[in-house]
Design a protein around this ligand. Structure first.
Ligand SMILES: Cc1cc2nc3c(=O)[nH]c(=O)nc-3n(C[C@H](O)[C@H](O)[C@H](O)COP(=O)(O)OP(=O)(O)OC[C@H]3O[C@@H](n4cnc5c(N)ncnc54)[C@H](O)[C@@H]3O)c2cc1C
Length: 463
C-alpha cells in the first residue's frame, strides 16, 4: 500500500539526482522525494579504510553511495565539453548541449565552485596537440574547472542545504523495484516492502546501481544497448613527469589505437599531485583517483582504460567487468599494485621491490602482485603500447618505476534506450546519469538530471 504520494521520486542522490531536484524546485511546485541507499553527507566516512587500513567491501560503500553519490568524494573536475564524459550528444543537438553545459557550470559556480578554468591557452593547447600527434596520440582538448575533493564536498553540502526544506529526502533506503502499471510508472517499492507512489520517477542510481538498473530494465522489458566496456589500470608517476601537460590542461584526454589489435585505449581522470583510492562496487574493490585542491602529494595518477565492445552472443558487459575485477580481488585481496618494470620482466612486485622503487604508492593498502595474472593479453599489450607512446609526450612515464594499480573498471556499459528527454519506454519513467549508461562524469550526469526534470516540470505545468 502506498504510504505517501509525490509528483516525482528521484532514485539516487548523486549529481544527476541532485540536479534533477534543483531543477524541479526551481521550475515547478512539485512534491519531490529523493531516495538514496547511502548515508547523509556528514556521516559518509570510510571507516574501514581508516581503521583497518584496507577496504572491507562495505555495502553500501561510503565512497560511492550517499548524499552526493560518487560525486561527493570525486576529484571535482568539471569537463566543460560534450566531447567526452557521456553520450548527451546522441540525445540533444550540439547547440543545446553547449547551452546546457554552460548552465550546469553556472549552477556549480553559484554553489561555490572554483573560478579557475584550465585549458584556455589556445597556443599551449595547439602545441600539445602537435606533440601528441607526433607520438601517435590524439589529444581531445577540453576546458576543465577543478573543484578538488574538499571543495566538491562543500558544493554538494550547499546543494543539500538548498534542497532539504523543499523536498523530502530518505537516506539509508534501498529502492528494490520500480512500480509500473499499463505502461505507466506508478512509484517505487523499497527493500522494506513499502511503496511510495508518484506520477514521475527519475532513476539516477549511478555506476554503483548500474547492475540494479540493468536487472530492473530486464524485468520491465525495457530495451537497451551495450556501451563498450572500459577496463584498465591506474598509473602513478612522479608529478613532475606530467607537469608540462597538467599545468596547461589539468587533465589531458589522450587516445591511442594499438598496433596489435587496433584497440582503443585512453587516459581518463588525471589527478595531478593526487592520491590513488579504492572504490567499493557492490562487494568488489576497484581503483580510482582524485586530488585535493589544498593538500598535494608528489605523485600524479591517471587511468588507462581499454574500450572493448562485445558482439553476439554475449550481452552482459557489466558482468565481464566484474569478473576481471574479481580476479584481482581474489589474488590481491583487493587492489593489486605492480611496478611496470616487474610486469615487463614477468615477475610479481613485492613489498621490498615497491619500497626500492622511485615512486612510492599513495594507496598503501594495495597488495604488490602480478597484473598479468588478471588482465587478458590484449589489455596488457594495449597498456604497454600506450605507455610507450605517452613517454614521447611526457618522458619518464614509461619508467620501470611507474606503478600500475588494478583493476580500474567503469560500470556504465549498459545503456537504456531513451527518448530525447531521457524517458524510457514506460511513460513518465526517466533514467539519467551514469547508472543509465548515458554519462560518465559530473557535468554530463548533472546535465541529464536537469534535462529530465525540465521535461517533467513542463508536463506538470501543462496538466
Ligand atoms: C573517486 C572518484 C573520482 C571521480 N572524479 C571525477 C571527476 O574529477 N570528474 C568527473 O566528471 N567525474 C568524476 N567521477 C565520476 C563522477 O563522480 C560520476 O560520473 C558521477 O557522480 C555520476 O553521477 P550520478 O548521479 O549518475 O551517479 P552517482 O554519483 O554514482 O550517484 C548514484 C547514487 O544512487 C544511489 N543508489 C544506487 N542504487 C540505488 C537504489 N537501488 N536505491 C537507492 N539509492 C540507490 C547510490 O547510493 C548513489 O548515491 C569520479 C568518481 C569517483 C568515484
Amino acid at each position: 500500500m502506498a504510504t505517501k504520494i509525490y509528483d516525482a521520486i528521484i532514485v539516487g542522490a548523486g549529481p544527476a539526482g541532485i540536479f534533477a531536484a534543483l531543477e524541479l524546485i526551481s521550475k515547478s511546485r512539485a512534491r519531490v522525494l529523493i531516495i538514496d541507499k547511502g548515508e547523509p553527507l556528514e556521516k559518509r566516512h570510510c571507516r574501514t579504510q581508516r581503521e583497518y587500513g584496507r577496504c572491507l567491501r562495505c555495502n553500501p560503500c561510503a565512497i560511492t553511495c550517499g548524499w552526493g553519490g560518487a560525486g561527493a568524494f570525486s576529484d571535482g573536475k568539471l569537463t566543460l565539453t560534450s566531447a567526452f564524459g557521456g553520450y548527451l550528444n546522441e540525445y540533444i543537438d550540439q547547440d543545446s548541449i553547449e547551452k546546457m553545459i554552460e548552465e550546469v557550470d553556472q549552477i556549480y559556480l553559484s554553489y561555490g565552485a572554483s573560478e579557475i578554468v584550465y585549458g584556455t591557452d589556445q597556443e599551449a593547447v595547439k602545441d600539445m596537440e602537435r606533440s601528441a600527434a607526433a607520438a601517435g596520440l590524439n589529444l581531445v582538448p577540453a576546458k576543465i574547472r577543478h573543484l578538488g575533493t574538499e571543495n566538491c564536498y562543500r558544493v554538494i553540502e550547499k546543494m543539500y542545504n538548498a534542497l532539504s526544506d523543499k523536498v523530502d529526502i530518505l537516506m539509508n533506503t534501498i529502492v528494490a523495484e520500480l512500480v509500473t502499471e499499463d505502461g505507466m510508472v506508478k512509484g517505487v517499492k523499497l527493500k522494506s516492502g513499502e511503496i511510495y507512489s508518484a506520477d514521475y520517477v527519475i532513476c539516477a542510481p549511478g555506476r554503483v546501481g548500474a547492475e540494479w538498473m540493468y536487472s530492473e530494465s530486464k524485468r520491465l522489458g525495457l530495451k537497451g544497448i551495450n556501451n563498450p566496456v572500459d577496463i584498465g589500470v591506474r598509473v602513478e608517476v612522479p608529478a613532475v613527469i606530467m607537469e608540462k601537460l597538467t599545468s596547461q590542461a589539468y587533465e589531458s584526454k589522450l587516445i591511442y589505437f594499438t598496433k596489435h589489435f587496433d584497440d582503443r585505449i585512453r587516459t581518463f581522470c588525471m589527478n595531478p599531485y593526487g592520491v590513488v583510492v579504492t572504490e567499493g562496487n557492490e562487494g568488489l574493490v576497484t581503483v580510482n583517483g582524485h586530488s585535493y585542491a589544498e593538500t598535494k602529494t608528489v605523485n600524479t595518477n591517471f587511468a588507462l582504460l581499454v574500450s572493448k565492445s562485445f558482439t553476439e552472443p554475449f550481452t552482459e558487459p557489466i558482468r565481464y567487468g566484474r569478473y576481471i575485477a574479481s580476479l584481482a580481488n581474489m589474488l590481491g585481496d583487493g587492489v593489486i599494485v605492480q611496478r611496470l618494470g616487474d610486469l615487463l620482466m614477468g615477475r610479481r612486485s613485492t613489498t621490498e621491490r615497491i619500497r626500492r622503487g622511485l615512486v612510492q604508492p599513495t594507496l598503501t593498502e594495495a597488495t604488490p602482485g602480478d597484473l598479468s595474472l588478471v588482465l587478458p593479453y590484449r589489455y596488457l599489450l594495449a597498456i604497454i603500447e600506450m605507455l610507450e607512446a605517452l613517454d614521447k609526450l611526457a618522458p619518464g612515464v614509461n619508467s620501470r618505476h611507474t606503478l600500475l594499480y588494478g583493476i580500474e573498471v567503469k560500470f556504465y556499459s549498459y545503456r537504456l534506450c531513451l527518448s530525447s528527454k531521457l524517458e524510457t519506454d514506460i511513460n513518465n519513467l526517466f533514467a539519467v546519469g551514469d547508472g543509465a549508461g548515458v554519462t560518465r562524469g559530473l557535468i554530463q550526469a548533472s546535465s541529464t538530471g536537469l534535462l529530465a526534470a525540465r521535461e517533467i516540470a513542463n508536463r506538470l505545468q501543462n496538466n
